[in-house]
Design a protein around this ligand. Sequence first.
Ligand code: ATP
Length: 236
Amino acid sequence: MIQIENIHKQFAKNKVLKGVNLNIPEGGIYAVLGPNGSGKTTLIKCVLGLVIPDEGSISILEQPVKNQWKYREQINYLPQIANFPGNIRVRELIGMIKDLRSKPGDERSLIGLFGLEPFLNKKLANLSGGTKQKVNLVLTFMFDSPVIVLDEPTSGLDPTAMIVLKNLIQKERKAGKTFLITTHIMQFVEEVADQIVYLLEGQVYYTGTLSGLLEKTGQKNLEHAIAHITMEKQNA
Ligand SMILES: Nc1ncnc2c1ncn2[C@@H]1O[C@H](COP(=O)(O)OP(=O)(O)OP(=O)(O)O)[C@@H](O)[C@H]1O
């Protein structure tokens, strides 16, 4: 479904991705993890065509993405920071995004799930951070696409919204969708991810199941496994 081969990317002298290889088959939830600044967002943006790699190739649904744009219709993307103008009302924003996509979107059940009815006529600038994130999740999940990319989806969410999000992800996964998710919330990863991709020093340090990572590191949970990898690297 997504093939990433030998991706390199540097910003000025900062070599962020140094030969990333990753093969993501169709269906399932891939958590892309790594320390701050390890290149998770950069990698995701390469997949989306928002960052152009210096070297390497990416194919999605068997199509190389270089100089292409049509494939993006197959991806729903939740950015880490979505910067929409503050004077737009929630209802208008949803309408605008639906007009921009060439496929139909259905936001009604999502608005109910996230309890957003009272906010539909409010301007974005007047919403709390968590409520804005719920709106962004509606914008992401209202379209039916085979690939869903979520950059820090839990940001600012209260526990109820977190449960709604986890259920939504599981529902879409059962429908055969492929997820790429970045997050620093390890409990979230333990609960939803099928596979873990751990980026370190510009390369993929680990891909596999959570239990495989625990076995590899000899730790009892993901938080400890990651701390173990970091310490090991520091002492190397
Ligand atoms: N457009 C850009 N111009 C210059 N440097 C950039 C740009 N985008 C990212 N970087 C740098 O690339 C590195 C990786 O950033 P990236 O956002 O991909 O990391 P991340 O793993 O997603 O981090 P976090 O966990 O903090 O979200 C950082 O050093 C960042 O400053």
